[in-house]
Design a protein around this ligand. Structure first.
Ligand code: SF4
Length: 292
């Protein structure tokens, strides 16, 4: 894959308030594109303007300098999220270490983070996550299946689910709060009770506190074209089923989502898993009492 270095004008994008799903106030993307190249990835959509998603990775070489400028002491405290548009621990991170450097800045400035990843490389940064955890560090591992063979098909260049679960176990035993983003759940591939049951049991066993579910996927333009082409190779005949049921819909709910939700609720309750991420509350340091 080609690597192209670019300069970012700004790094953090701030929401009005933390989003209710991931609890993120600031979104941080250190790369554009993602070497994991999951067959369903939404970042292929035209709106994100990544022209050659499957051939090129863009690296924001000035990202750390920007982060230092933008993360001033006067900034409103809130979780910095990374991992929704690309994986912060994708393959290029081994060389460029932008995520590691960004975490060092975040630790020093005392902000909380929520990292979403499919990679066990996150364990490399345990030391920094522990520092950040004085405020709050959350790591969500994405699991759409725990079947390594199926994952090789749908997430061909990402670390296997078994490696993600091992990583979660090791972060949890070091005191980092972890959970699972169980999304997307691909119609007719992953939307079966056995898969949901296996993910929830594996998550609980690895020490997850929460599982955030989405039974279905999104689909638009280039993302859809790529996904259907891969389905034709991997699951012959399935793209026709998708076309017939969903046409050009953006929201693509799993056909049996209505049955899976109650199953999910029953199982996650029995296993002691939450369906939302922990709260974050900023506690400003106590004022020094005046001496005179
Ligand atoms: S890990 Fe996430 S961002 Fe990367 S290719 Fe897969 S779905 Fe896309």
């Amino acid at each position: 894959m080609k690597i192209r270095e670019i300069e970012a004008k700004t790094l953090l994008s701030k929401a009005k308030e933390p989003d209710p799903w991931f609890g993120i106030l600031y979104t941080m993307n250190l790369y554009r594109g993602c070497t994991h190249r999951c067959i369903y990835c939404d970042s292929r959509s035209e709106c994100y303007q990544i022209e050659d998603f499957d051939g090129e990775i863009l690296v924001k070489t000035n990202a750390i300098e920007r982060l230092k400028q933008e993360l001033t002491p006067r900034r409103q405290r809130g979780r910095i999220g990374t991992g929704s548009m690309n994986d912060p621990y994708q393959a290029v991170e081994r060389k460029f270490q932008l995520t590691r450097q960004a975490l060092a800045v975040i630790a020093e400035r005392g902000f909380p983070v929520h990292i979403i990843t499919k990679s066990d490389l996150v364990t490399r940064d345990l030391d920094l996550l522990q520092e950040i955890n004085r405020e709050q560090a959350l790591v969500s591992f994405t699991l759409t299946t725990v079947d390594d063979e199926l994952a090789r098909k749908v997430e061909p260049f990402a670390p296997l689910p078994s490696a993600r679960l091992r990583a979660m176990r090791s972060l949890r035993s070091a005191g980092i709060r972890c959970g699972v983003t169980m999304m997307p759940i691909l119609p007719w591939i992953e939307d079966n009770p056995d898969n949901i049951n296996a993910i929830l049991h594996a998550a609980a066993d690895a020490g997850a506190e929460y599982v955030l579910p989405a039974f279905g996927m999104s689909m638009r333009d280039r993302q859809r074209d790529y996904y259907y082409a891969r389905l034709d190779e991997l699951f012959p005949g399935l793209s026709r089923q998708y076309r017939q049921r969903y046409g050009n819909q953006y929201q693509v709910p799993a056909p049996n989502a209505a049955e899976l939700y109650p199953l999910f609720t029953r199982l996650r309750t029995a296993l002691g898993l939450a369906d939302h991420i922990p709260q974050y509350q900023y506690h400003p340091p106590a004022q020094q009492p005046a001496l005179f």
